[in-house]
Design a protein around this ligand. Structure first.
Ligand code: PNS
Length: 160
């Protein structure tokens, strides 16, 4: 069975992330979306909130589950008996960081491969940070995130 892990901060999940999940679910038997618990970046949402947003969107996929992880990604991937890490590549600016992560992970865990999917062109400019910035200045984030996520971003920023 081909099992993949799609790791990320998902702070919050964007339409670009969703697109990667949807496409990966079609090519793999099973997909674990892995939400990073403790990041060096300070997230806007707690890990529980980030996970809930992902779950809300991908609940309909029979072969996708959402989990959190901490520590080294390869340890989590091994614990799931997965053989593939999935990452989306938006533009050439992503490449250096992604290559460094993939090569490092491959040295530590040669049995695990990183599979890159080019993001849908529609979302090639999109990032969670951009979404948060637009929302902060009261802009319309609906082209970038699903309506449920847009609501949560708005509510979160109002709390702040
Ligand atoms: O969505 P992001 O923030 O770009 O995702 C980055 C992520 C979670 C994939 C990366 O930070 C990660 O794998 N962190 C876990 C720690 C780890 O394994 N680091 C070594 C990778 S070289």
């Amino acid at each position: 069975m081909a099992v993949a892990v799609y790791p990320g901060s998902f702070d919050p999940i964007t339409r670009g992330h969703y697109d990667i999940i949807e496409r990966t679910a079609k090519i793999m038997d099973h997909l674990v979306v892995a939400v990073l618990r403790n990041s060096s970046k300070t997230p806007l949402f707690t890990v529980e909130e980030r996970m809930a947003m992902v779950e809300e969107l991908v609940g309909g996929f029979p072969n996708v589950v959402v989990e959190t992880f901490d520590g080294l990604l390869i340890d989590f991937v091994r614990s799931k008996e997965a053989s593939v890490i999935v990452r989306g590549l938006r533009a050439v600016t992503d490449f250096e960081y992604e290559l460094q992560m993939a090569q490092t992970n491959r040295v530590m865990a040669p049995e695990i491969d990183t599979l890159f999917l080019t993001t849908n062109l529609k979302y090639s400019y999109l990032s969670s940070n951009i979404v948060k910035e637009i929302a902060l200045y009261d802009g319309d984030v609906s082209p970038f995130v699903h309506p449920q996520v847009a609501e949560r971003v708005k509510a979160k920023l109002l709390q702040k």
